[in-house]
Design a protein around this ligand. Structure first.
Ligand code: SER
Length: 888
């Protein structure tokens, strides 16, 4: 049974039994305690904990999951994967063990013709937790499992939790017996390789606290008794497809076999290579799914998981092929194709997925080239000195200069029998991080030492902020800083920081950008203020340049802000509050603010959310904001105690520190927020708010951007003109444009497919005349020629095999052909049986040709493939093959 069919059957079985089908959540976990989703229940965690009311009492899903804890086991066992899919059924206080157990049994054992998985009950065993008599009784009496097939297991096996504080409970598992050829008798407790776990039923009823491993306190019972089950889709596929391990199932197997073909190896020939092929097949798929969900390679968190997976794939491919050829593009394509039945949206994202993976592969090739030489020298030095420990300083340099992930250094060192001084490596990393943080702080605050500001604050007191009501003031200069030190005066051209006793300038905070403007000393000088920061609470530092004259300590200056800019910023800030409320109305209170930036005419607002809002809901949010603002609600501010403000339901920003007295900004009761920023007097001033789109900026955090006022109008007007032009060009009324473009695109696609077919046919047609061009070199007939223009890698292989067929078996024959798809030369060489008998090996010839092309390649004696980077060397490569054959 195909993997996709197993998933369909699972969902439809539970749907028939009253469950709501819930689509898979993104791999990027919303839950801040997790990096990536490791289990099917993760999206439902708030329901188990009673933090949110579930929209339905029961649910079923196929959830994408990533686990990298056992990444070293991948390929070595029959069942470890970094990406896998978990089929699950869930009950949020609805049914419990008495229904979960019989349902699972029914689905697993119902014959295939009747919609089940048709597994022979004689092959099944079950386990229950040590003291779970209730579960045992259900299996025995209600389901009819023979008592000797039910085993009790301890906490390690039969108690499930998320590895972090949260819901947990005892569980019961179903095992499949693969048969005596896989191990000893005696059920799951005797042999976990012969008896493999396929389904875990968790009776989720407790909440656990902090702890390590299985040592943690039970904090109490959950509000309700729940069910969470997890059936490993890949494992079940292996069972139902009668293959030995998950890597050989229909979906993962396709990548595995293609990887073998490309690297010129054969799966099943050699255990070490088999493991590498399985690693590649697993990792490529994980990378595709991660990139598809928006993860990008990086050095931290989920980005690092992805980078590590990709780099492991590349290294294994290099070890397998013995070349530096880039294979990921093709394997990515196969993986997307294999997964598209279950995740059709992968096709829409294929270009992005390829782009990200190709770039990482190219970058890593660079990294490897440069870093491997350094590694070699350092390893040599270590050994020459009689040591076995690769130094932390070298590992750090590899990381810092060449971007070598530490895992790679560990692996390469292990291959040479060396260990790595990891603790000094980590120490150096930490030191670097601390320095970077200090740097970032000083960039924002200028060069001055924080103690300088502390002295100023002590001497001058807090700056009196007048900017809520005033845009100008007469103020006194209380401090001047030039080049990071306190100065009595600053002159024309100086970069300066100035502290005043009072100011109308807003200092950047709460997402609102600082004001700009001027400080004028009557008749003597002007300072352009470009930025204002508060390095310490209450101390406003005006940063800018002395445009003319000078400014001296104790001068009285006329401080004036750019009011047009300030008003534009205020419109953005007020719009941010409205958008925040509208988003909460659409998504519920979980849509918390996670950051914002209010610039003149534009804003961005980050918030936490499980999933994308999508075009339709985004349009609703936008409409709500515009309807509300047109109601011309006055914007009022009031100072209150923090307690009082929170009691009235004011929204505070998560993670933000507030004093006892807070400022509350209210737009009737539609929006009430704690906020120190400045705002428009009434909402109609915003004119219009246009949302510009939504994106993901990391785990569970999304971003909307918007234009406000005239900026919004300009955008709309520009778009309207554009649509007008399109309508004219396509001679189609505006409202019919989408269908018209749709049909044009599908026709274009069909035509492209047709051209592709014709082109491939044309290439193959050439086989006859190419075969006629065979010449004798030494004892063999040789065809050495470039393929017709435009041939793809696949065409090339087909063509070479076709030509070989035409040369017959009477005498030794070799066919060597090249093509240049996507600007990179590829060579494929095939030999007939007679040639192989005469000792002519395709693998060896490809090595010669590929070297001429500036790359490498390899393969089996009958057919092999290679590639390089220099397309101008194609003729040279073909001649080299002829000469080699001629020499015999
Ligand atoms: N949460 C359990 C698991 O991951 C069952 O879904 O195994």
């Amino acid at each position: 049974m195909e993997t996709a069919e197993i998933a369909r059957r699972f969902l439809s079985f539970f749907e028939k039994n009253g469950h709501t089908v819930v689509p898979s959540a993104s791999l990027i976990a919303e839950d801040p305690t997790l990096l990536l989703v490791p289990a099917g229940m993760v999206p439902f965690k708030p329901y188990f904990l009673g933090q949110r009311t579930p929209p339905h009492d029961t649910a079923t899903s196929v959830q994408k999951c990533i686990r990298t804890k056992d990444i070293e086991e991948v390929g070595k066992t029959s069942r470890h994967a970094t990406f896998f899919q978990m089929l699950g059924n869930f009950s949020f206080g609805d049914y419990f063990k008495e229904r979960a157990i019989p349902l699972a049994w029914e689905l697993v054992t119902t014959p295939v013709e009747e919609g089940g998985f048709g597994i022979d009950p004689e092959r099944l065993w079950v386990t229950v937790y040590l003291d779970d008599d209730e579960a045992e009784a259900i299996w025995r009496d209600k389901v009819g499992v023979r008592p000797e097939r039910i085993q009790r297991m301890g906490k390690e096996e039969n108690y499930w939790d998320m590895g972090v504080p949260g819901p947990c409970g005892p569980c019961s598992e179903i095992f499949y017996d693969r048969g005596p050829e896989y191990g000893v008798d005696g059920g799951p407790e005797a042999d976990e390789d012969r008896y493999i776990e396929i389904w875990n039923l968790v009776f989720m009823q407790y909440e656990r606290g902090e702890g390590s491993g299985k040592e943690y306190p039970i904090l109490g019972e959950l509000p309700k008794k729940n069910i969470d089950t997890g059936l490993g889709l890949e494992r079940l596929a292996a069972v139902l497809q009668g293959v030995d391990n998950i890597y050989e199932t229909d979906i993962i197997g396709r990548v595995l076999h293609r990887a073998a073909e490309l690297t010129g190896t054969r799966y099943g020939d050699n255990q070490e290579q088999d493991v590498m092929l399985r690693v590649v097949a697993d990792h490529v798929r994980s990378a595709v799914m991660l990139v598809g969900d928006g993860v990008r390679p990086g050095n931290e968190k989920a980005g690092y998981v992805l980078r590590r997976i990709l780099r492991r794939s590349i290294r294994n491919l290099r070890l397998l092929s013995g070349t530096e050829t880039a294979f990921l593009h093709e394997l990515t394509e196969v993986s997307i194709d294999a997964m598209k039945d279950i995740y059709p949206d992968l096709l829409d994202r294929a270009d992005v997925i390829h782009g990200v993976i190709d770039t990482e592969e190219r970058n890593f090739a660079e990294t490897l080239r440069a870093g491997t030489a350094l590694f070699g020298r350092a390893a040599e030095r270590t050994r020459a000195g009689g040591g076995t420990v690769f130094s932390g300083t070298d590992a750090f340099q590899l990381h810092d200069t060449y971007g070598f992930p530490i895992d790679l250094t560990l692996e390469m060192a292990a291959e040479q029998g060396l260990s790595v001084d990891e603790s000094s490596f980590r120490e150096l990393m930490q030191r670097q991080k601390d320095t970077a943080k200090a740097d970032a702080r000083s960039k924002k605050l200028g060069n001055a030492d924080i103690s300088l500001y502390a002295r100023m604050l002590e001497g001058a007191g807090e700056t009196d902020f007048l900017g809520y009501t005033e845009s100008e003031s007469e103020s006194r200069v209380k401090g001047i800083v030039v080049d990071g030190v306190s100065a009595p005066a600053a002159r024309a051209g100086d970069k300066v920081e100035i502290v005043l006793d009072s100011t109308p300038f807003y200092a950047e905070s709460g997402g609102q950008l600082a004001d700009t403007g001027t400080l004028t000393v009557d008749g003597r000088g002007v300072v352009d203020v470009e930025d204002v920061q508060k390095p310490l609470p209450g101390l406003f530092v005006h940063r800018g340049t002395v445009r003319s004259g000078e400014v001296v300590l104790d001068d009285t200056v006329h401080a004036g802000i750019d009011t047009g800019r300030r008003h534009a910023i205020e419109r953005s800030h007020s719009a941010t509050h409205l958008i925040h409320s509208a988003l909460r109305n659409a998504l519920g209170p979980s849509a918390g603010q996670a950051g914002s930036e209010n610039r003149p005419g534009q804003l961005r607002f980050d918030f936490t959310a499980d999933s994308a809002l999508g075009g339709e809901r985004l349009a609703e949010v936008e409409e709500e904001v515009n309807t509300v603002l047109a109601g011309d609600i006055p914007v009022q501010t009031e100072e209150k105690s923090l307690d009082e403000a929170l009691k009235t339901g004011a929204m505070a920003m998560f993670g933000e520190k507030y004093g006892d007295r807070v400022r509350v900004v209210e737009m009737s009761d539609y929006s009430v927020e704690l906020c120190g920023g400045t705002h428009v007097p009434s909402t109609a001033r915003l004119g219009i708010v246009k949302l510009l789109g939504e994106s993901s900026i990391g785990s569970g955090v999304r971003r909307v951007e918007a234009a406000v006022g005239v900026d919004a109008f300009r955008r709309l007007s520009k778009e309207s003109t554009l649509v007008g032009q399109l309508s004219e060009q396509l001679k189609t009324p505006r409202e019919e444009l989408p269908e018209r473009i749709d049909s044009m695109v599908s026709r274009l696609r069909a035509a492209e497919r047709e051209i592709e077919k014709l082109r491939a046919a044309q290439v193959l047609q050439a086989a006859g005349s190419i075969a006629e061009g065979a010449r004798r070199h030494g004892a063999a007939l040789v065809v050495a020629a470039p393929a017709p223009e435009g041939a793809s890698g696949d065409d090339l292989r087909k063509l070479v095999l076709d030509v070989r067929g035409r040369l017959g078996e009477d005498e030794p024959a070799v066919v060597a052909m090249t093509a240049v798809p996507k600007d990179r030369p590829v060579v494929v060489i095939a030999t007939n049986k007679a040639a192989q008998k005469a000792g002519i090996k395709a693998g060896e010839l490809v090595g010669i040709a590929a070297r001429a092309l500036g790359g490498g390649g390899g393969g089996k004696p009958d057919i092999a493939q290679g590639g390089g980077s220099d397309a101008t060397k194609v003729d040279e490569a073909l001649r080299a093959v002829e000469e080699r054959v001629a020499r015999g």
